[in-house]
Structures are given as structure tokens and as C-alpha cells.
Ligand binder design. Structure first.
Ligand code: GLA
Length: 388
């Protein structure tokens, strides 16, 4: 074990996150898991305007229940028990395909080819200038107007040992949304016998390109539609973040969180500092920033975040191989959408923790590179562990 890895573990221990080791330290709280893994069940969820059928897969293992759509690889529902064994769907979404197509702010979706923003949708790679789809003011967000969240994926179910899961494939053709190269993408969702939800991303290309894949689940551990998450307690293993300009494009600086509302190294509630008159909170209308994870890029997922809802006792721990996480506090939810359970979603009714490379990396030479070349394989893993 090299010095840098020891330092990472020491840092994780210092922030109290070491126990969240990837995929192993599920807090079972002495409860028998209600069910073992079963073969995923497929049903018709709806049809797109052109008649394409969208299916929903239901999986269950280790006490976690997951429902996934072939459209966008969307997590349509994720149910976990509270401290008394009562289940709730802790992920925002809709109960019908029409709302996902018409008005979803990426609820539960796979994001590609590039998670978060690229400045004006422009970048240069190997001396060649590219213009990708602009869909967020003057910038490109989450892969453009028709990103991976709006594509129909090929889905295959599997059971393997004590795991159950889905393998999702999508091939993005050369030039789609302006990105170079045919990108073959494979995402594996695994539910382990501990009830962990693991995501493994893989991609290959036939021309040099940029890639940054993530998952855009909106968490509310008290249950979707139950109100604000400002009481949720959050911890992030990050001493720095990437400040942004008013278009939410990183300035290039890696700024210390110390002494700012961005310091989540010690657990605090999401709402504690969210109304501080800090310029960055004005830009984001709350938290909508990339935290620079102290562990950096790692071959294996390492613990980076811990979220707890004190009312239900439900907890979520996240481990990732990625160097960053976008913590978005649901700022743009504005009371105009009706969610799965029939309630209106308002500002702060959920939060996202999107593991990622940093926004606008193709234009930021000092950020870890998002370039993928022919012959290389993009790999990224994130594990979500639940407890109560
Ligand atoms: C990301 C972005 C936010 C917002 C949400 C979805 O978190 O950073 O600005 O676009 O997705 O609305």
C-alpha cells in the first residue's frame, strides 16, 4: 500500500467515513432481510410517441427494491426500510412515461455523454474544435438536449451468485449531440445480498472523445414527496470544491471549503448554511457544485459521502472510484411537477450526489482528464449502501 493510499484512508477515518467501505459495511441493524435475490421481473411501462415500448424491470435483494426503466436507465423507484421496517420510495420520479419524456429534470436517469456542463458546448481535442449541443443557457448540460437520459437502452437481467442485476447497453453514434466517435456504453446495475446498489460504467470509442458518466437520482430518505431534505445530515470527504461563475461553469480554482458553507467534512444538516449570503450559493440558488474528493481517482470505489434522515433513521453511504461529486440541493424544483406518489415537488425536496469527473474538464487543463481514446476503456464504479 503506497503512502498516498494510507493518507486517503487516514483522511477518510478523520472524517468518520472509513466504515462506509465499498459494498461491505452495510448497517443491517440486526434485522433479517425480508427477501433474498429474485430474478428481475419485466413489464411494459408505457410507449413513446413513435410507438417504442418502454419496459420496467423490478429487482429485489437484501431488503432493497429497485425499479428501472429501459428509457434513460431511469431508477423509477428505490425502496428501503426505515428503522421500524417500513418501506418508502426514497427516489423522486413519475408514475408514467409521458411525464419522464415531457418534463423530467433527469429524475433517476443515467447521464451521458458528459455529466454536468461544458462551457458554451465548445472544446478542442487533438487540435480539432468541437461544438456540442447547447441546452442550458449558452452551455451544454448533461450531454445536450437528447442525452443518455432520453435514449432507450437495451436491458438484460442477470442473477450471479447472490447478486441480481441488469446490464444496460447504449451505442451513441459518431457525431451524436456533437460528440466525436461512436461510443459503446455498458452500465451494470447490481443489487447485492446486502441490499447495496452498485453501478459499473464502461465505455469504448473509435475516435478520441470526452466522457463523463453519472447517475442523477434525487434522494429523499424520508420518502419522495414527504417534504424538504434540509434536515438530512450530510458528510462529504472533500476539503476543496470547484467554485463557478454565474452560468455554473467552474472558474478553474480548487477552493478550500474551510470556513465556508461548503464544509461538510464534519456532519451537518443540508439546510444549516444554505441561506448564508455566500456568492456561490446565490449562483447555484443553493448547493449545485462539484466537491473535489480528498481520495482522488481510485481504482476501487472508496467512501466519500454519508447521508442520514434523522426522522426515519434511513442512511445512504456512497463509495466511488471518481474524483468528484456534484452535490445539488434540488434548487430548481419549483412546485410544478407531480411525483410518483401524487405529491408536488418543491425546492429542496430532494438532493443529488452525482459522482463524476469535474464539470467542464475538456476546457480545464488542470482538472483530471475526461479524454477517452480508441483502445482504452472508460471505467467508473459507484456503490450505494443503505442502512437504518
Ligand atoms: C445538475 C446540475 C444542476 C441541474 C440539475 C438538474 O445537478 O448541476 O444545475 O441542472 O442537474 O436540474
Amino acid at each position: 500500500m503506497g503512502t498516498s493510499r494510507r493518507t486517503v484512508l487516514a483522511a477518510a477515518a478523520a472524517t468518520g467515513l472509513a466504515a462506509a467501505s465499498a459494498g461491505t459495511a452495510h448497517a443491517t441493524a440486526g434485522t433479517a432481510h425480508p427477501t433474498g435475490g429474485r430474478k428481475p421481473v419485466k413489464e411494459l411501462f408505457g410507449k413513446l410517441a413513435d410507438g417504442t415500448r418502454v419496459h420496467r424491470w423490478s429487482l429485489e435483494n437484501g431488503g432493497t427494491r429497485l425499479k428501472v426503466l429501459s428509457y434513460g436507465g431511469i431508477v423509477q423507484s428505490l425502496e428501503i426500510p426505515d428503522r421500524r421496517g417500513r418501506y418508502a420510495n426514497v427516489s423522486l420520479g413519475f408514475d408514467n412515461i409521458e411525464d419522464y419524456v415531457a418534463s423530467s429534470p433527469y429524475f433517476g436517469a443515467l447521464i451521458g455523454r458528459y455529466g454536468n456542463r461544458i462551457d458554451k458546448g465548445k472544446f478542442t481535442l487533438d487540435g480539432k474544435a468541437y461544438q456540442v449541443d447547447v441546452n442550458d443557457g449558452e452551455n451544454s448540460l448533461h450531454g445536450g438536449a437528447k442525452g443518455f437520459d432520453k435514449r432507450v437502452w437495451d436491458v438484460e437481467a442477470f442473477t450471479s451468485g447472490s447478486d441480481v442485476g441488469l446490464v444496460l447497453h447504449y451505442t451513441s453514434v459518431d457525431g451524436e449531440m456533437g460528440y466525436p466517435g461512436t461510443l459503446r456504453t455498458k452500465v451494470t446495475y447490481t443489487l447485492t445480498r446486502h441490499g447495496d446498489w452498485r453501478i459499473d460504467y464502461e465505455a469504448t470509442t473509435d475516435k478520441a472523445t470526452v466522457v463523463n458518466l453519472t447517475s442523477h437520482v434525487y434522494w429523499n430518505l424520508a420518502g419522495e414527496g414527504s417534504g424538504s431534505v434540509y434536515d438530512h445530515e450530510l458528510q462529504l470527504a472533500a476539503s476543496r470544491y470547484t467554485p463557478v461563475d454565474k452560468g455554473l461553469i467552474p472558474t478553474g480554482e480548487l477552493a478550500p471549503v474551510a470556513g465556508t458553507p461548503f464544509d461538510f467534512r464534519r456532519t451537518k444538516s443540508v439546510g444549516e448554511d444554505i441561506r448564508e449570503a455566500h456568492q456561490q450559493l446565490l449562483y447555484g440558488q443553493g448547493f449545485d457544485h462539484n466537491w473535489v474528493l480528498d481520495k482522488g481517482i481510485t481504482a476501487k470505489p472508496e467512501p466519500i459521502a454519508k447521508l442520514r434522515d434523522p426522522s426515519s433513521g434511513r442512511t445512504l453511504k456512497i463509495a466511488t472510484s471518481e474524483p468528484g461529486v456534484q452535490f445539488y440541493s434540488g434548487n430548481f424544483l419549483d412546485g410544478t411537477l407531480v411525483g410518483t406518489g401524487g405529491h408536488i415537488y418543491r425546492q429542496g425536496d430532494a438532493l443529488c450526489l452525482e459522482t463524476q469527473h469535474f464539470p467542464d474538464s475538456p476546457n480545464q487543463p488542470k482538472f483530471p482528464s475526461t479524454t477517452l481514446r480508441p483502445g482504452q476503456t472508460y471505467r467508473s464504479t459507484t456503490v450505494h449502501s443503505f442502512g437504518r
